[in-house]
Design a protein around this ligand. Structure first.
Ligand SMILES: NC(=O)c1ccc[n+]([C@@H]2O[C@H](COP(=O)([O-])OP(=O)(O)OC[C@H]3O[C@@H](n4cnc5c(N)ncnc54)[C@H](O)[C@@H]3O)[C@@H](O)[C@H]2O)c1
Length: 181
């Protein structure tokens, strides 16, 4: 049973927080006393979660749109005055596909969602996370470490967060980054 005091007063942003793993993360932080910002491009599930969980608010945001990400961080800090944790969770695993059936256009779109969204949002969050000595949690995938057949674009987008983001975040100064998944 989570203690409501564990993260009391802490402010957490979870991307893709409306459904699946992200919704579970939102619930766990909210039940531990944190204010949680549910970032999602789809409204319906996120609104239900917002109603169910005291301390959770929904901000619509497509992580592939830099303008949305700027608004997400600005609005979070305006409402709560701080940011303690960013969970980069929004992502997609396309159906299995042979290499010759993949397209560069689809690969680019997956990079925008699974990788560049986390990169841009982390950069925007850094000044606030430095102040709070906060954390970044990157929801990666075991596929990024061991590979997966018929999933080359997905594996590529999950490799960097899993294998190389820790040292990069260390360079950012006193931040703890933890790849998960
Ligand atoms: N499900 C698994 O078995 C598994 C295993 C390893 C890693 N992961 C990773 O965990 C993360 C979550 O996976 P899941 O299975 O819970 O996914 P899911 O499809 O159930 O949920 C993803 C959520 O992200 C949102 N989303 C999608 N595109 C978005 C965008 N552009 N901007 C904002 N929100 C967006 C969706 O609306 C949805 O609410 C992903 O990064 C995935 O790669 C999943």
């Amino acid at each position: 049973m989570a203690s409501r005091a564990r993260y009391a007063g802490k402010v957490v942003v979870v991307t893709g927080g409306g459904r699946g793993i992200g919704a579970g993360i939102v619930r766990a932080f909210a039940e531990s006393g944190a204010h949680v910002v549910i970032c999602d491009k789809d409204e319906s599930n996120a609104r239900v979660l917002e109603q169910q969980l005291p301390g959770a608010v929904f901000i619509r945001c497509d992580v592939t749109r830099e303008e949305d990400l700027r608004t997400l961080i600005a609005e979070t800090v305006r409402r709560f005055g701080r940011l303690d944790c960013l969970v980069n969770n929004a992502g997609y695993h396309p159906p299995a596909q042979l290499l010759e059936d993949t397209s560069a256009q689809d690969f680019r779109q997956l990079l925008e969602l699974n990788l560049l969204g986390s990169y841009t949002l982390t950069k925007l969050a850094l000044p606030h996370l430095r102040k709070s000595q906060g954390n970044v949690i990157n929801i990666s995938s075991l596929c990024g470490a061991i590979g997966q057949s018929q999933a080359l674009p997905y594996v590529a987008t999950k490799y960097l967060p899993r294998e190389h983001l820790d040292p990069a975040m260390g360079d950012a100064g006193r931040l703890l980054a933890r790849p998960q998944g």
